[in-house]
Design a protein around this ligand. Structure first.
Ligand SMILES: O=C(O)C(=O)C[C@]1(C(=O)O)C=C[C@@H](O)C=C1
Length: 294
């Protein structure tokens, strides 16, 4: 059975992977830190890694995109989008009583959660828990585990309901994210093409580095897609980390490398002196309509 590394247990990453790939079709290997998730696939301990790369409100998870670009050479093999509903969890029977949210919140002194999750609940925290200490941890599953292990009734976690069930925590408030249509995009990376549903739409991700001192180079890159009517779903500049002011463009394209038009567009971009790195051509799955199971 193929092995998949991810942040877990009790994380949104795990929930999303079970939803799209199935619980039993793969052997899931849990790690506490995203660096270890990446490295397990680089070192051949696992075949694939699942990486959260973008959130509706927070935008790109820069740390993860940078790992994908600078530290590893693992193609993207699939992507999916999963809804993120965030819950305030604590030890059962904590101080203040769980029926009165304000009273119960008044008894909380410290909240553990992933940094991205804390950022998605800023308004809720300002309104209900303005004075609590916020402690970012490696994953939301880890946050729930710590609340259980500490045994401190004044501690709480912002995490998935599944983490509460796993560690026996009670839900003080459900769906506390600031925006209701909160989704995160995950990618599956690894060397081998996985066996997934063939009917899904395909996307291609490339990195483009522009030639130096070439006025209008980005305009020419974009026009190579525009006149062929190829749709881009994302373009983002990130530092190359080589020198100040030097950037590459991370581009998601709604087309497959199997089409006639996309390889021609990439050739045109290379011909003007840009460097193009193919990050993957892969099926994309959206929530509610389909899963990736064969
Ligand atoms: O800690 C988790 O639950 C994760 O799956 C990680 C992660 C992330 O790294 O972005 C995934 C999705 C959520 O938007 C917040 C956190």
């Amino acid at each position: 059975m193929k092995r998949i590394s991810l942040l877990g247990p009790g994380t949104y990453t795990e929930e999303s992977a079970h939803h799209y790939l199935g619980r039993d079709a793969f052997d899931y290997v849990n790690y506490k830190l995203i660096a270890d998730v990446f490295e397990s696939t680089v070192n051949g301990v696992t075949d694939y890694s699942v990486i959260p790369i973008e959130n509706t409100f927070e935008g790109s998870v820069s740390l993860h995109v940078d790992w994908l670009v600078h530290n590893v050479d693992l193609p993207i093999q699939a992507e999916w989008v999963y809804p993120i509903s965030i819950n305030l969890l604590r030890l059962p029977g904590g101080l203040g009583g769980s029926d009165e949210l304000e009273a119960a919140c008044g008894a909380i002194r410290k909240i553990y959660s992933h940094g991205v999750t804390l950022a998605q609940c800023q308004q809720f925290l300002r309104t209900h828990l303005p004075d609590v200490e916020l402690e970012p941890v490696g994953s939301n599953g880890e946050a729930a585990r710590m609340v259980r292990e500490l045994g401190d009734p004044a501690a709480a976690a912002l995490a998935p309901l599944g983490a509460g069930a796993l560690y026996g925590l009670e839900t003080l408030a459900a769906g506390v994210q600031d925006h209701q249509n909160n989704f995160t995009r995950f990618v599956l990376i690894g060397h081998e093409k996985p066996q997934l549903k063939e009917t899904a739409d395909r996307k291609t991700t490339i990195l483009v580095t522009l030639p130096e001192d070439f006025p209008g180079a980005l305009h020419q890159v974009l026009s190579a897609f525009a006149w062929r009517r190829i749709n881009l779903s994302k373009i983002e500049s990130r530092p190359t980390k080589k020198k100040l002011g030097s950037y590459y463009f991370y581009i998601d394209i709604e087309a497959s490398m199997d089409s006639v038009l996309l390889p021609a567009a990439l050739q045109e971009i290379e011909a003007i002196g840009c460097q193009v790195r193919l990050m993957g051509c892969y099926p994309t799955f959206s929530y509610g309509t389909e899963t990736a199971k064969v």
